[in-house]
Ligand binder design. Structure first.
Ligand SMILES: [Zn+2]
Length: 87
């Protein structure tokens, strides 16, 4: 059984602008670039191919698994601890 939640809302145009300015690594929620140091300390969320977040203990079938994505510190506060983890 999986417990899926939506990615927190963020202004679409602003996210695109942030993404345009960011490098390879960026926050899934807001699109702001993340340095290696931020990535090393980041929370990660497990995203499905449907663009939802899975509970960290859930096993996703491979065809539904879009992998783990970093989230910046501020955006992580908007995600319940059941749905984010640090590696
Ligand atoms: Zn963010």
């Amino acid at each position: 059984m999986t417990t899926l939640i939506d990615i927190p809302d963020y202004n679409e145009a602003q996210r695109e602008e942030n993404r345009r300015r960011s490098g390879i690594e960026y926050c899934l929620v807001c699109g702001k670039g993340m340095s290696q140091a931020k990535i090393d300390a980041a929370w990660f969320v497990h995203m499905t191919t449907g663009g939802e977040l899975a509970h960290i203990d859930d096993e996703l079938e491979e065809i539904h698994d879009q992998g783990w994505w970093p989230v910046g510190a501020d955006c992580a506060k908007r995600i319940p601890k059941t749905h984010r983890t640090k590696f």
